[in-house]
Ligand binder design. Structure first.
Ligand SMILES: Cc1ncc(C[n+]2csc(CCOP(=O)(O)OP(=O)(O)O)c2C)c(N)n1
Length: 567
């Protein structure tokens, strides 16, 4: 990769080298002519760590899945024009969830801007509200100073605050990495100093330190031991902060209401409450906490949100930059990265009211026993419970809408990771994100998804790598079932305008995408299809045929049973 036949190849090599040396884990490459110098350079610097895909929207979500699976930054490279705009859905999710999605867009040079040149639009700062850094490069220049600046600024952008970044890279013809034989070719490779040409030896060109934490704050006077406290954790990627959170829980003894995709519902974590939704509507309805610690996003269950707000007590928000305080309740805010401050907090709060803590844990145990004993009829809860409890899947991805809500009740604490795109709660990109997660996992994966979300992202199935194994469990209730739970279901034209009822034939979808297909309408059928997907090869589409008529009633009956028994 040292020989650069033309200036674009040199420029893009320097860029790709710094991305690799700064720790970018995978690259997703979308085809185009303007970005072809970037494609070749990235492919050369990420051998075995690149994948090519035609649809930029899915490519963005694929990279997002890879970031979630690895905990590392991943990049997506696109050509100029509308291709760039296709990355917006994955980007807004990455922004809200604070995930390091690195967008690299090729652009036309300045002389082709604002004059009607083909495939050219305003790309500079197009993503400004959603990125932590926008590196808007100029056209390549074969000079030491420019190459050093390219390397240094790339390093800086990659070490800005955690979250997505955008690099816009204008390139002039001749584009491909071929020698330029045209008579007016001005580029003859000058003798460049080796650090500008080759960078430093396998380390980032410039190391940027993230800066020291703010001075330690004095704890407020209301932080004291013996309190009836509670910790709530919303869905999100908190794996980097798990030891701080677990230590805080251990020190305080507070019950931890952990959402299904909060990275905390793991048996190794202390005091997990999975049935917070049930307990706040039952045993604890009229009881109040003396201190609330909210970690990350607000909890998904509306009942938990409502109950929390009834508590007129101090509220601490432990969060990263984005999820500071959605309910505007916090008295005090501490950064989730500030391990020392979190431990100081835990030490000052230890130990909470032990009788209160014991009652939450006992009610949780009774509730889980009642959940297991409940004779679930065939329906959405039954399908989700069977899929979640089926052994052999190495990770689970949950679609927004009802899949994650049913799973929030059904999922026990389990060592495997549970993911969901809950930054902005989109139903888009669910399959592509799942395939990004699956690309980094040798064992079978499971995605549970509604029919509308699957129809929304069918083109992502093209992404399928032949090694991907697992199951797409489709909850087919013929439209957006979540809306049946809302008052809107009584309004005329509801079924056409909101629920968007359909009779799509998913068997034909499976044939078109060459997937093994199972159509199941009872639990035995589902279990045998799950078995086939865990033991067989490839990705299986398991369509659960569900009635649109009884989901709301079944959910209410289950919740009533759990509320009665979780005491
Ligand atoms: C990108 C996007 N578009 C629209 C919505 C609004 N929305 C929320 S749920 C939903 C219906 C989902 O239906 P389905 O995937 O079948 O799941 P179900 O509601 O039946 O569980 C829609 C359209 C959204 N969240 N995201």
């Amino acid at each position: 990769v040292k020989n650069d036949p033309n200036l674009n190849a040199l420029w893009c090599r320097a860029l790709a080298e710094e991305l690799q040396r700064c720790g970018v884990h995978r690259v997703v490459l979308c085809p185009g002519s303007r970005n072809s110098p970037l494609l070749f350079a990235l492919q050369a610097h990420f051998p075995d760590k690149w994948v090519s895909h035609i649809d930029e929207r899915s490519a963005g979500f694929l990279a997002l899945g890879m970031i979630k699976a690895s905990g590392l930054p991943c990049a997506v490279c696109v050509t100029s024009g509308s291709a760039v705009a296709q990355l917006m859905p994955a980007l807004v999710e990455a922004d809200a969830a604070e995930l390091p999605l690195i967008i690299i867009s090729a652009d036309r040079p300045w002389e082709m801007q604002h004059c009607g040149a083909p495939q050219t639009m305003e790309q500079r700062n197009i993503f400004a509200p959603f990125v932590r850094a926008s590196l808007m490069l100029g056209e390549p220049i074969a000079s030491d100073a420019a190459l050093r600046a390219l390397r240094s600024q790339t390093c800086r952008a990659l070490t800005e605050r955690s979250g997505p970044i955008h690099m816009n890279v204008p390139l002039r013809d001749p584009l491909p990495p071929l020698p330029d034989k045209s008579p007016n070719n001005k580029w003859i490779k000058p003798t460049l100093a080796s650090d500008a040409d080759m960078g430093r030896d396998n380390v980032p060109f410039t190391h940027f330190s993230r800066g020291a934490h703010t001075a330690k704050q004095q704890l407020p006077p209301w932080v004291r031991s013996g309190l009836r406290g509670i910790i709530v954790i919303g869905n999100g990627e908190y794996a980097h902060h798990q030891s701080s959170i677990a230590e805080l829980a251990r020190l305080t003894g507070f019950p931890v209401l952990a959402d299904v995709a909060s990275t905390y519902r793991q048996p190794a974590m202390p005091q997990i409450i999975t049935l917070g939704d049930v307990l706040v509507q039952g045993l604890f309805t009229s009881e109040r906490a003396e201190l609330i610690i909210q970690i990350g996003q607000i909890p998904i269950a509306r009942a938990v949100q409502d109950w929390l707000q009834l508590n007129d007590c101090p509220w601490i928000s432990l969060s990263n930059a984005r999820h500071v305080d959605a309910l505007a309740r916090a008295w005090w805010h501490v950064s989730l990265s500030d391990h020392a401050q979190i431990i100081a907090l835990g030490n000052a709060l230890k130990s909470g009211d032990s009788a209160w803590q014991a009652r939450w844990l006992t009610a949780e145990n009774h509730g889980r026993a009642a959940l297991q004993q409940f004779a679930h009829p065939w329906g959405e809860h039954r399908a989700v419970a069977s899929a979640l409890n089926y052994p052999g899947f190495s990770f689970v991805h949950l679609a927004s809408s009802m899949a994650i809500r049913y799973a929030n009740v059904q999922a026990p604490a389990h060592p495997r990771r549970v993911f969901a795109n809950r930054g902005v709660n989109g139903i888009d990109g669910t399959i592509a994100t799942f395939l990004g997660l699956a690309a980094l996992s040798a064992a079978p994966g499971l995605v549970i998804i509604g029919d509308v979300a699957l129809l929304h992202d069918l083109s992502a199935l093209k992404l399928r790598d032949p090694h991907v194994r697992g199951a797409v469990v489709l909850l087919n209730n013929g439209g957006g079932g979540i809306f049946d739970f809302l008052p809107v279901h009584n309004v005329p034209y509801y079924e056409t305008l909101v629920r968007t009822n359909h009779t799509h034939d998913f068997a034909r979808t499976a044939t078109a995408w060459d997937m093994a297909y199972h159509r199941v309408s009872d639990d035995a059928g589902l279990l045998s299809a799950l078995n086939a997907s865990v033991t067989g090869s490839g990705l299986h589409l398991i369509e659960c045929v569900l009635s649109a008529d009884n989901a709301v009633e079944q959910h209410r009956q289950l919740m009533a049973h759990l509320i009665r028994n979780a005491r």
